[in-house]
Ligand binder design. Structure first.
Ligand code: S3P
Length: 169
């Protein structure tokens, strides 16, 4: 069985949807952000602050390498995993890549109470969201499927993914 790999911007629902899918399909769930935190031994905010984003991206790629040999898992990948071509290539080897998307205002509403996302801890977070989304849009297009989660529940998103997977396997 192929991995189901969820990519997409912060706040698009990857964590909740991956949990629903792993429970429903009885597949293991791998969260790349959690794996990076275990590997480095500190939270992502501190990795960004103390070691910088390039170091975080290096750890992210190492974790991708580890999980890309896995099969039959649901993978919750961080929002920036797509910016490295090798990451996408590796994740595609055994996985179907599904990109979750949402409008910038919706992303803002969903992430505003959360201080654990260093890239959004900015004076004008909506502008930052638009800016990063714009820079990443070509990368997110590398996904096999895209689902806009702005106006639907995590359960509905999971149901759409199950439908996609039924036709794929
Ligand atoms: C990031 C997204 C975060 C986390 C890190 C960087 C990004 O993951 O990996 O803060 O570059 O978009 P989530 O998308 O799970 O919040």
């Amino acid at each position: 069985m192929k991995n189901i790999v969820l990519v997409g911007f912060m706040g698009t629902g990857k964590t909740m949807v991956s949990k629903l899918l792993s429970t429903h399909l009885k597949k293991q769930r791998l969260c790349l952000d959690d794996m990076i935190e275990w590997k480095v031994g500190k939270p992502i905010t501190r990795i960004f602050e103390e070691d910088g984003e390039p170091y975080f991206r290096k750890m992210e790629s190492e974790v991708v390498k580890t999980v890309s040999h896995d099969k039959n898992s649901v993978i919750d990948a961080g929002g920036g995993v797509v910016i490295n071509e090798n990451n996408i290539r590796r994740l595609k080897e055994h996985g179907i890549i599904i990109c979750l998307a949402a409008r910038p205002e919706v992303i803002y509403e969903r992430t505003k109470a959360d201080t654990r996302r260093p890239l959004l801890n900015k004076p004008d977070p909506v502008a930052s969201i638009r800016d990063i989304l714009d820079k990443r849009k070509e990368y997110y297009k590398r996904a096999d499927y895209t689902i806009d989660t702005s106006d639907i529940s995590p359960e509905e998103v999971a149901a759409k993914i199950l439908e996609i997977m039924e036709h794929k396997i």
